[in-house]
Design a protein. Structure first.
Length: 434
């Protein structure tokens, strides 16, 4: 976790104090459930809950762990210092993974809720800018080369649809990790009744894990971190689009450049896309958690702890980084400077070439073979590329073309509105609005 790329709410979720608070709740609810079925006295549950307002001493727990070399035992020892003799009934029939795995899933669920709120904010920003530029013509590109016209709003609508899918995936990933295991050693419930697990799960807003084998199966976590990786890739795709549009030769849109901001220590003229370049890097960090999460699935027999050290890194790092990235991207979109005039200038840079497909199709409609139509259009298009000619002028001067299409018909095919006439339909599909 790097403070430069962290936000307080998500960071607080992974602080030791938060972890120990969740551990306490798991142990307290379990003791309460055990008291309800008569395994431990009610006085034990009452004694534990009296410690609910205790500020657990992280330094003291660390001190105990240095001696016992076991984090859960260190916590339980510290808890007993506050609970007193009744602490002997705490952790009755449980194993460490019951606490560790259930806690991790609580943290991942809470992290999901923060990320879902981030996605809602991003979606709102994209939607606002998409409608703002719904009818702003711009150049569509394939392979980085001019293709056919689109609108800038249509570009953004595509990203809105993508991040809507991201939200749906994250909701599914949240459900995937929202499970609780209180099943004891090797997950057989030999020393703790299944009703205890059900009680703790209900109190924490989780589902019970059908088969825990002492640990919650890590395919759940692999799916969760894979989902974060896909979301990060979507962040990067939009960031790269903005970086390309900000290139000096294109300059159709750019990040907001605040008063007093400096772009280069050497060149005072620079306005660099530093935020979106940063987002590209942060996306790589989030995706870096995916393979380790996948490798955590294959544990030995009923359990080992090879996954534990991995998750101590990727849990905080991936969620904190993605939280920051989504918030940063929202700010970029919200303040993005758009240059419609420059978009139109670039669209017209090659003097009508963007209408080549319409000429091709019109020739085929007039009875010219597709192969001949393609040849006729391409030979005139190459004059525009290589000699800077005007496409319409060249087509009108080509006798083979004008045999099939009159000058007036050719002019009618150079209608920009033809390319954007179904934008309204696509918006209705994306935003669900007439």
């Amino acid at each position: 976790m790097v403070p430069r790329y962290s936000r307080p709410a998500m960071t607080a979720l992974w602080e030791p104090a938060t972890k120990f608070r969740i551990w306490f709740e798991i142990e307290a609810y379990a003791t309460e459930a055990l008291a309800k079925i008569g395994v431990v006295p009610q006085s034990a549950a009452d004694a534990v809950w009296k410690a609910k307002d205790v500020e657990f001493d992280v330094a003291r727990i660390d001190e105990i762990e240095r001696e016992v070399k076991h984090d859960v035992i260190a916590f339980l020892t510290h808890l007993s210092e506050h609970v007193g003799p009744e602490a002997r009934f705490v952790h009755q029939g449980l194993t460490s993974s019951d606490v560790l795995d259930t806690c991790l899933n609580v943290q991942l669920v809470r992290a999901s809720d923060i990320l879902l709120a981030d996605l809602d904010a991003l979606l709102a920003a994209i939607k606002r800018r998409a409608y703002e530029h719904k009818d702003t013509p711009t150049m569509g590109r394939s392979h980085g080369i001019h293709a056919e016209p689109v609108t800038f709003g249509l570009k953004l609508a595509g990203y809105y649809a993508e991040f809507s899918r991201a939200k749906a995936r994250l909701l599914a990933a949240r459900a995937e990790v929202a499970t609780c295991a209180i099943s004891g050693a090797v997950g057989t419930f030999a020393n703790v009744d299944p009703s205890v697990e059900a009680y703790v799960a209900e109190k924490l807003g989780l589902e019970i894990e059908p088969v825990s084998t002492q640990v919650i199966p890590r395919d759940r976590h692999a799916m969760f971190f894979a989902t974060l990786g896909v979301i990060a890739s979507s962040v990067e795709r939009l960031a790269i689009e903005i970086r390309h549009l900000q290139r000096t030769e294109v300059l159709e849109a750019e990040e907001y450049f605040s008063p007093g901001q400096k772009g280069s220590s050497a060149m005072p003229h620079k306005r660099n896309p530093v935020l979106t370049e940063n987002l590209t890097g942060l996306a790589r960090v989030v995706r870096g958690a995916v393979v380790p999460a996948m490798e955590n699935v294959a544990l030995w027999h009923e359990r080992d702890i090879s996954h534990s050290s991995v998750e101590r890194f990727i849990g905080p790092d991936a969620t904190i980084t993605l939280d920051f990235a989504l918030a940063r991207l929202t700010g970029v979109i919200d303040k993005l400077i758009v240059y419609p005039e420059r978009m139109m200038e670039n669209l017209n840079k090659f003097r009508g070439l963007v209408h080549s497909q319409r000429i091709l199709l019109a020739l085929t409609q007039k009875g010219v073979s597709r192969e001949d139509s393609y040849r006729l259009v391409q030979r005139n298009a190459m004059k525009v590329w290589e000699q800077g000619k005007d496409f319409l002028t060249e087509l009108k001067a080509d006798a083979d073309v004008t045999k099939a299409l009159s000058p007036a018909e050719l002019e009618g095919l150079f209608d920009l509105g033809h390319h954007t006439r179904h934008v309204k339909t696509i918006f209705a599909r994306v935003f669900g609005e007439a």
